[in-house]
Design a protein around this ligand. Structure first.
Ligand SMILES: *Cc1c(COP(=O)(O)O)cnc(C)c1O
Length: 375
């Protein structure tokens, strides 16, 4: 049986939490939504959180809450899943890619400083593999021009940066609860921010843009049935059934983090003497929740090593194809070669299996197979 690169960790308490909701009155828009939101806000260290359908929806709502639209530029890392850029493009903004740092693969503040203009509305960094981006330096750059910093923390819920949890650091932060992520609700995501107003605008965007607070209405004189829509938006609700799973999982987040740290250390012990391999770095002011274990091999050997691992039942992954290499961005005129550090990172990268339930025996098999592939 193949070893996946990531997978969920479900226990009986998760099953019970979901069953309880199924027996109750609210499958969606009920009390589990609010309690999951409170639990996420507590983990992130923010006043509020808005849960949404998935991490992509979270990005879409976060950009919308920042007012990103036609005429704006958004500076984005290319070493990410396409959604970090696609959601800004779909809102009509023009995406500008800035290169990453060679060691962490995270957005390089110097590259952002070079890419930023007076039209820059937002800068989107990703905490690649769970390692926080250099948020303080990025904020220095964005604040100088009045742009907002968005942290795509799909990999990094429960990571810390300078002793602070990821979530309240940037102007707005998004999470994903896809099954391969650090915790799961099946599908799911959230928007958090130190600014409760941003979270409220994100929540409104996830609920058709509806305004139900009379004091915020343009036409408040209608009857009790009345609600209004001032900005067109979407339905990105996360149902109570899934909120119950997410909340149950979140209660074990620190145990998940400890397991991922142990797996990280075991990989380091088992692989650090292999000359042709580069292992992930951890900067001293961060404490990552490791979502991925990205290794780098010589670019000319990557394909063969990847195929050998897959043949032997180790379902490794490559993170990520540079976003502007996708035909959709090529068709918009983006050319290869613009972010050479990210492209080189991509050419060398392989993500090894990393998830809380990875057994020591399976991990040792991964180590042995990788060592064999590099001989
Ligand atoms: C997973 C992921 C997303 C999208 O999350 P979904 O829940 O799959 O929509 C966005 N950005 C990054 C960096 C991701 O890893």
């Amino acid at each position: 049986m193949a070893i996946p690169y990531g997978r969920q960790s479900i226990d009986e308490s998760d099953v019970q939490a979901v069953v309880e909701v199924l027996h109750g009155d609210w499958l969606t828009t009920g009390p589990k939504v609010t309690s999951f939101e409170r639990a996420i806000a507590a983990t992130a260290g923010t006043p509020d959180a808005a849960v949404v359908s998935n991490g992509t929806a979270a990005l879409h709502c976060a950009y919308a809450a920042l007012g990103v639209g036609p005429g704006d530029e958004v500076v984005v890392t290319p070493l990410t899943f396409v959604a970090t850029a696609a959601t800004a493009t779909l809102l009509g903004a023009s995406v500008v890619f800035a290169d990453v740092e060679e060691d962490t693969g995270n957005l390089d503040p110097r590259a952002v400083a070079a890419a930023i203009t007076e039209r820059t509305k937002a800068v989107a960094a990703v905490d690649f593999a769970g390692h926080p981006a250099e948020i303080d330096e990025l904020l220095d750059v964005t604040r100088a021009v009045g742009a907002a910093l968005l942290e795509d923390a799909a990999h990094s819920i429960a990571s810390t940066y300078r002793g602070m949890p990821v979530g309240g650091l940037a102007d707005v932060t998004t999470f994903s609860f896809f099954p391969t992520k650090n915790l799961t609700s099946g599908e799911g995501g959230a928007v958090v921010s130190p600014d409760a107003g941003i979270v409220e605008r994100a929540r409104r965007y996830a609920h058709h843009g509806t305004v139900r607070d009379r004091t915020a209405m343009r036409y408040p004189a209608e009857g009790d049935w009345y609600y209004e829509v001032e900005q067109l938006a979407l339905n990105y609700r996360l149902p109570d059934v899934l909120c119950a799973l997410g909340e149950s999982q979140l209660a074990r987040i620190h145990a998940f983090k400890a397991r991922r740290s142990d797996i990280f250390e075991r990989y380091v012990d088992g692989l650090s003497d292999v000359d042709e391999l580069r292992l992930p770095t951890r900067r001293a002011h961060t404490d990552p929740m490791w979502h991925l274990f990205p290794v780098r091999v010589p670019a000319e050997r990557r394909r063969a090593v990847f195929e050998r691992l897959r043949e032997r039942g180790v379902n490794v992954q490559v993170n990520y194809v540079p976003v502007y290499w996708h035909p959709a961005y090529a068709d918009l005129g983006y050319r290869r070669g613009q972010c050479p550090v990210a492209e080189q990172y991509y050419r060398e990268e392989i993500s090894l299996p990393m998830y809380a339930d990875l057994s020591a025996a399976d991990q040792d098999y991964v180590i042995e197979t990788l060592r064999g592939a590099l001989e």
